[in-house]
Design a protein around this ligand. Sequence first.
Ligand code: ATP
Length: 512
Amino acid sequence: MAEDVFKKIVSHCKEYGFVFPSSDIYDGLGAVYDYGQNGVELKNNIKQYWWQAMVLLHDNIVGLDSAVFMHPTIWKASGHVDAFNDPLIDNRDSKKRYRADVLIEDQMAKYDEKIQKEVTKARKRFGENFDEEMFRQTNPRLLDNARKRDELHARFKAALEANDLDEIKQIILDEGIVCPISGTRNWTDVRQFNLMFKTEVGSTAEGASTIYLRPETAQGIFVNYLNVQKTGRMKVPFGIAQIGKAFRNEIVARQFIFRMREFEQMEMQYFVRPGTELQWFQSWKEQRMAWHQALGFGAENYRFHDHDKLAHYANAATDIEFQMPFGFKEVEGIHSRTDFDLSQHEKFSGKSIKYFDPETNESYTPYVIETSIGVDRMFLSVMCHAYQEEQLEGGDTRVVLRLPAALAPTKLAILPLVRKDGLPEKAKEILNDLKFHFNCKYEEKDTIGKRYRRQDAVGTPYCITVDHDTLTDNSVTLRDRDTMEQQRVPISELRALLEDKVSITSLLKKLA
Ligand code: ATP
């Protein structure tokens, strides 16, 4: 069922110009996608919402746009050359490749599903008298699944911490995990696979040197931190925000734009005095959750997932997960990275990048809190939540994208009722006035009903219809996407009425 919905969302994205497979006429390229005419607007609005929440609302956060190519030693220093690996495993029968850690995580999710099913069943049976707490503590089937899940969790965590690939394979065998395609347990050994793309700079083979496409935007911030601090006269604590492309040679290309090989990140590194990092970590957790929830998708669709395996340099890490049609999935990571990255760059570059704190009169390497969110994953979560099929009175159905108005590609569709009698001219007059203030679309083809449906399907929050009365009373019919209610509004009032509802400022005000 949920899978069906997800398939529909994917085809809706293509049919309405949101997301196309890359190189479509050549049958696509794995895990690479292009954004169409509506997709690019939605994506830009998401980026703007993030950028403004960071850079506009915080006077101690500034932006940066660093290059994709960087000195190769940066990736030695950051640990990506040696340790940016995923454990992969192949099924010999289907020849399909999987991430071993993901297979095990899916298995844990299965136990959780079983537990949830028992609870739902019991709630139905006992009705109002149902005591969930008591049920969870006493039901033998539920307890058995909870025990299995906890044991698996503990074993998996230990294997990850010890980097024990044989044990990871053994877990897969012991749990009886089968390949979803072949249905067999004919697995290869687990191997590590580096996710960085390599290429060469320089024109001659001898003179050329290997460089990497950046797998994250963060390192561009770290190596520029002192440039920005000095030229911007920034005082700790301060942050640097960046939006840009990142590249990872992902082993498994599934789930549409959830896991791509070329994607975009929005990262912010917050430089703080050592010892204050956990306080800031907590503060950024709260701020980032508020940013997500301001979109109005419902608090129950988000949760924090604290990391089992902390990277050796991190002293706290959590993910913000969102309920996608295929379960709760990571959309954003928040990490307390200590002084690891800056110290590594100091060591590898041989240059001091310490910060002199004028308040305490001492020099130190700042600690860093990072917030890192994928634009494309955010886009997917917005799409998944917005997509709805709705039964209307009279037996009709409609597909409506309930996008937050501030993120919608088009804010207002301007529709002349008919293509004659001076209505198109009047409609264009309105367009030529309002287009300076927000994204408007003019459409005159097809019946008004069909045009409404098309706008619903791309998430346009408001439509106005210009009819014969408009010519005399200078009013239009304003239709609301969600309620489908219509009201008569003077043209002169449109801008004031809509601007506040459709602007990103309306979202930002919820954060202030
Ligand atoms: P995952 O465990 O899903 O591979 P990650 O923990 O490696 O993700 P980070 O390195 O923390 O991810 O990257 C930060 C964010 O960048 C993620 O929360 C996600 O939104 C986004 N991201 C990472 N990898 C991809 C990808 N291959 N495609 C799309 N977005 C991605």
